[in-house]
Design a protein around this ligand. Sequence first.
Ligand SMILES: C[S@@+](CC[C@H](N)C(=O)[O-])C[C@H]1O[C@@H](n2cnc3c(N)ncnc32)[C@H](O)[C@@H]1O
Length: 281
Amino acid sequence: MRVEETSAAAEYVQGNEDRELRRLMLQAQVYAPLTEGVLRGAGLKPGMRVLDVGCGVGDVSFLASELVGPTGEVVGVDREERVLACARRRAGAQKLSHVRFQQCSLEALPVGAPYDAVICRLVLMFQPDPVSFVRRMMEHLRPGGVLAVHELELAAMGLTHPRLPLFNRIWNWMLPTCERLGIKVHMGLELVSTLRRAGLVVDDGVVGGRLSVTPDSEPTQTLVETVRTLLPHMERLGVALPMEVDIDTLAARLTAELRSNGGVLVPSLMVGVWAHRPGPV
Ligand SMILES: C[S@@+](CC[C@H](N)C(=O)[O-])C[C@H]1O[C@@H](n2cnc3c(N)ncnc32)[C@H](O)[C@@H]1O
C-alpha cells in the first residue's frame, strides 16, 4: 500500500462542512441498530458513566444515553467545535440532560474521574497509530471497565448479488483513495489485535452490515454521499476523473442498476469489538 497522506487521515479527511454533517447523520441512521447491538453486547447499562471519543454530531452518545438512562452520564468529546455545536443542538432538542459535549482532542483530554465505559465509532481508522490512540482511551477507563469500538472493514465492502458493475467501479475508486489517504482500510478486522496490543482483554465481537433492500434506501444514499466527500481527493490523486464519477447522477445510476437486475447491496461491513481493562476492580 502506498500511503501518501497519512497526516490527511489524521486530520479527518472528510471535513466538517454542512453537507458532511448531514452525511454523518445519514450514516448514523444506517449504523444505529448495529452500534446499539455493540453497546448492549459490551454491557452498557443504567447508571454507567460513559466517554464517547470522537463523538462527531453525537449519534453514538445518544445511543449510549438511552442505555445508561438518566441515572448515568455520557460525555462526548471531539476536537471539532463545529460538529459539537450540532451535537449540542440535537441534545437540547431531545431534552437530554445527562449527555454533554466537550471540545478537546483525546490527546489533550485531562484524565479525571475514570469512566465505566469508553466507546468510539469510526475514529480509529483515521488515526496514524491506533494502538497508541487506544492506550490514550484506556487512561480514562476504570480497571474492569469496558472499551467498545465499532469500525468499518473496507476490505469486505462490495458485497453484492448479482454482480453490480457500477458498484464495482465505485469501489475501485474508493479503496485506493482511502488507502492513499492513510485511512486504515482493514481497521475492522484489526480491532482485536489492536486492543490486545494496547493491553486490553478482548471479550467478544460482532460483524454486521445493512442491506440496501430498496434501490434508493439509506445505505445506498450514504455510499453516494461518501463518494461525494472523497471526490476532491479522488481527483487530486488521479484515481477517478470527475466526468466518469459524474457525482450528481451517481445515485440515480446506482439505483437504476439495482432496480434493473433486482440486485441487493451491502455497501459496508462494520466490526464491533469490546474488551475490558485488566486490574483490580
Ligand atoms: C467519522 S467521524 C465519526 C463520528 C461519530 N463517532 C459517529 O460515528 O457518528 C470521526 C470524528 O472523530 C473526530 N476525531 C478524530 N480524531 C480525534 C481526536 N484525536 N480527538 C478527538 N476527536 C477526534 C473527528 O473530529 C470526527 O468528528
